[in-house]
Design a protein around this ligand. Structure first.
Ligand code: NAG
Length: 368
């Protein structure tokens, strides 16, 4: 799904906290630190790293490292070559939807688009298609064409493509992408689940394992861009071992539509928020690479802000700070992060009675 924090900030109507994404530390309850791993979303319920090795031996994950550009405020995109001859476009990676769609007509906020008339392999299906995201929507025509991914698995695939002819609030000022890659399950595909999603076609045609992993970097947590470079990696067919340390923890997919997961507990600092865990999963909890916000149900949001207010070391904030209507000031050269607690989200672990936690640092919550 699409929802960019850079454009919304703390927004009352969305009850959200801007989440700065960081190639950060995944602190898990058993003291395993998964550094440099942003998050791994799986198509199948993986049983461990063995699934990351490629049985066909034709996929070199290292060739896919750093194939994403972008940042935590505007999303992450990958270069693709679409049609014959190939037209190069940047495509936003979105685990919160299931259509592959590209601009097929000019728009004020994009520099170029996919010209279907210039592709000898483009076939229109004469079916219209429309998708609505949290932020923006588009309409277009369904077709098929050939696509290759320069920094992806080798080969050309024939895929369903939605040619975007009109849109509203979908392309935004300052973006450098012209299309969207929906990586979620077929049930979310429009107009219906018979439109095979992009990654399903890749798995079918290139015979790679039905797994992908995502690393999203560059939240500006570190002053040095070497320690925290922009961009990231979309590894198709597995997970690249050099991109993380420790073992991979898996969480069950509750239902295969979005990547719906189960949140068991929320902590502010060391303090358990202690809500009924149904509250955390209302109406669903999803892992969504197309969103730069951590979006919470209103009850959870209110409890969380209250807990942060209580545990922050600063008393003199006006209440307006906490609902996003007032700014707070810091001395030049100082930052407020030591005054704020961390936030930990606990997810159910697969095949154990354990959970593991994802810790979000104040740097990722408090925009300065
Ligand atoms: C693509 O094929 C070439 C030549 O066989 C190989 O060197 C390269 O590693 C492959 N790339 C990927 C991503 O598998």
């Amino acid at each position: 799904d699409l929802l960019f924090g850079l454009y919304f900030g703390v927004s009352k109507c969305y009850f959200s906290i801007p989440l700065r994404i960081y190639p950060g530390k995944y602190n898990v309850s058993s003291d395993v630190n998964l550094t440099s791993l942003q998050r791994i979303a799986l198509k199948t319920d993986g049983k461990g790293l063995s699934l990351a090795s490629d049985p066909t031996g034709t996929v070199n994950f290292l060739d896919m490292v750093n194939n994403l550009q972008g940042d935590s405020g505007r999303g992450y995109y990958i270069e693709m070559s679409i049609g014959t001859p190939g037209q190069k476009l940047n495509i936003l990676v979105d685990t919160g939807s299931s259509n592959f769609a590209v601009a097929a007509a000019p728009h004020p906020f994009i520099t170029h688009y996919f010209n279907t008339a210039l592709s000898s392999t483009y076939r229109s299906s004469s079916r219209t298609v429309a998708v609505k995201y949290t932020q923006g929507n588009w309409e277009g025509e369904l077709g098929i064409d050939h696509v290759s991914i320069p920094k992806g698995p080798n080969g050309t695939i024939t895929i369903n493509i939605a040619a975007i002819l009109s849109s509203d609030g979908f392309f935004l000022p300052g973006i450098n992408w012209q299309g969207i890659l929906g990586l979620a399950y077929p049930v979310l595909a429009r107009p219906d689940s018979s439109v095979e999603p992009f990654f399903n076609s890749v798995v079918q045609q290139l015979r790679i394992p039905d797994i992908f992993s995502l690393q999203m970097c560059g939240a500006g947590l570190s002053a040095s861009s070497t320690a925290d470079p922009l961009g990231g990696s979309l590894i198709m067919g597995g997970a690249e071992p050099t991109l993380f340390r420790g073992s991979v923890w898996y969480t069950p997919i509750v239902e295969e539509w979005y990547y719906q997961v189960e949140v068991l507990k929320l902590e502010v600092g060391d303090q358990n928020l202690n809500l009924d865990c149904r509250e955390y999963n209302m109406d669903k909890a999803i892992v969504d690479s197309g969103t730069t916000l951590l979006r919470l149900p209103v009850n959870v949001f209110n409890a969380l802000v209250e807990a942060i207010t209580r545990s922050s070391l600063i008393q003199e904030f006006s209440s307006g700070f906490w609902d996003g209507t007032k700014l707070a000031c810091w001395m030049k050269g100082e930052n407020p992060w030591r005054f704020f607690p961390k936030l930990s989200i606990y997810l159910r672990a697969t095949n154990t009675s354990q959970s593991f936690r994802i810790t979000i640092l104040p740097q990722q919550i408090i925009p300065i």
